[in-house]
Design a protein around this ligand. Structure first.
Ligand code: UGA
Length: 442
């Protein structure tokens, strides 16, 4: 019944939008991806994914071969083509207040709406402050030639970078924030192949759907900062946070996921989402209810400064002139995303203290070089470790976990390692003559 399927457009071709457009085409929909960046559009049309995401390049090739997917800069083309339009543009942090910058959301909804001449559904996927959807619904009604024939729904996205394809094809749940039965029916049609696998759907109003997203990310951030707070207490007592976390995880009510202590969370989502949520709650007069989010943010930032302090300590109190090998730049493994990456903040702070920091990352070198020209870059873990006074593991890529301590011992200047992600077997490294340090462990 492919013919009954709605035709889809996806506005914004970043990590979220490109993945959504490609997966939907692979699932059998006719899809147009739209971006204002002509270069990105050209690259996608030629089969190149402009960022690192495992499995996605193969799917893009497959989707383009079916002829069901194309990318364009034209909102007119998208407006005339689509029955259901997904808004997937970014909502970065605006200045220091933590407020979300809705410039891209507003601009893309406006540009699209001008070309909506018949009944259609616009679906917001971007992470926004609660209340945005209601405002956008007004904006669409006022801008679209089809007026109130165009409805707005909210369908928050929970995909993780590095697992984007799996999370899109087999999400834990779908949330449909809708204002009419028609919107719900359209969304069900737009996700029919995903729903056919038994994925649960929660249907809500618009504001609840907006909130599910920020509440979920806030919970995850809280869980990470909770275990990192415990790491601070462990350090003051000689206790071991890794053992503590493992022991907690056996309690199924707590669970071990997102309970990995270390350098803390970064990326384009968790840090800015908790700040935007706190800011929005303050605007709504309920700042007190989520005041703990400021604390969560503070704990997370302290992980970075504590890491710098420990590395300085490992170097005998001063890193000026010291050679530091930094393993990792991306905010997490299997990603080339360096937005708010703890790894790069630590590396550049150490460079600011006069250290010679040599960075290697399996995927994020190009992005890191552009953002941090003050750092040096090498060709591999052993390459940057040559002659190093200290090796600092900042992102837990599998290839770093698998480094043999004996092999690295051959090239370094001094056998000192700081494991910022609790990724290494401390016993094996110590047995090979290394001084091993980690946050929250003796
Ligand atoms: C996060 C959420 O997990 C997704 O559900 C959500 O859709 C996404 O944000 C978003 O809002 O777009 P993502 O930013 O891709 O996904 O990365 P995560 O896997 O959540 O990791 C975030 C950070 O937390 C990383 O820096 C990671 O190293 C850190 N982390 C994660 C820990 O320090 N400890 C943990 O136990 C888990």
């Amino acid at each position: 019944s492919t013919t009954l399927r709605p035709r889809l457009t996806v506005i914004g071709t970043g990590y979220l939008g490109a993945t959504h457009a490609i997966c939907m085409a692979v699932l059998g929909f006719d899809v147009i991806g739209v971006d204002v960046d002509a270069d990105k559009v050209a690259r996608l049309n030629s089969g190149e994914v402009p960022f690192f995401e495992p499995g996605l390049p193969e799917l893009l090739t497959k989707a383009l071969e079916t002829g069901r997917l194309r990318f364009t800069t034209s909102f007119r083309e998208a407006g005339e083509f689509g029955d259901v339009h997904f808004i997937c543009v970014g909502t970065p942090q605006r200045g220091d207040s933590g407020a979300a910058d809705l410039t891209y959301v507003d601009a893309s909804v406006t540009a699209l709406s001008r070309h909506l001449h018949r009944r259609a559904l616009v679906v917001g996927k971007s992470t926004v402050p609660v209340g945005t959807a209601a405002r956008l619904a007004e904006l669409i009604r006022a801008t679209a030639p089809a007026g109130d024939q165009v409805e707005l729904a909210w369908n928050p996205e929970f995909l993780r970078e590095g697992f984007a394809v799996d999370d899109t094809m087999r999400p834990d749940r779908l949330v449909f924030g809708v204002t009419s039965a028609w919107s719900e029916e359209r969304l069900r049609a737009a996700f029919e192949p995903v729903l056919a696998q038994g994925v649960p759907v929660k249907v809500t109003d618009l504001q609840t759907a907006e909130l599910v997203k920020v509440a979920a990310n806030s919970f995850l951030a809280t869980k990470i900062s909770y275990i990192n707070a415990m790491a601070e207490v462990c350090e003051a007592t000689g206790a071991d946070v890794r053992d503590l976390a493992e022991a907690l995880a056996y309690d199924e009510r707590i669970g071990g996921r997102f309970l990995r202590p270390g350098l803390g969370f970064g990326g384009g989502c968790l840090p800015k989402d908790i700040r935007a949520f706190a800011h929005r709650a303050e605007e709504l007069g309920v700042g007190q209810a989520v005041g703990f989010l400021r604390e969560i943010d503070g704990i997370n930032k302290r992980r970075r400064s504590r890491t710098v302090d420990l590395v300085v300590e490992l170097c005998g109190g001063d890193v000026a002139g010291k050679k530091i090998a930094a393993l990792g730049a991306s905010f997490k493994p299997d990603s080339d995303d360096i937005r708010d990456a703890p790894a790069l903040e630590v590396a550049s702070t150490l460079a600011g203290l006069g250290a010679h920091v040599h960075v290697f990352d399996p995927a994020a070198m190009e992005n890191a070089r552009r953002a941090h020209p003050e750092l040096s870059y090498g060709t591999g873990a052993l390459d940057v470790a040559r002659g190093a006074d200290v090796v600092v593991l900042l992102t837990e890529w599998t290839e770093f976990r698998e480094i043999a301590p004996e092999a690295m011992a051959q090239v370094v200047g001094a056998r000192r390692i700081f494991d910022g992600r609790h990724a290494l077997d401390s016993g094996a490294w110590r047995a090979a003559g290394w001084e091993y340090r980690a946050l929250g462990r003796p």
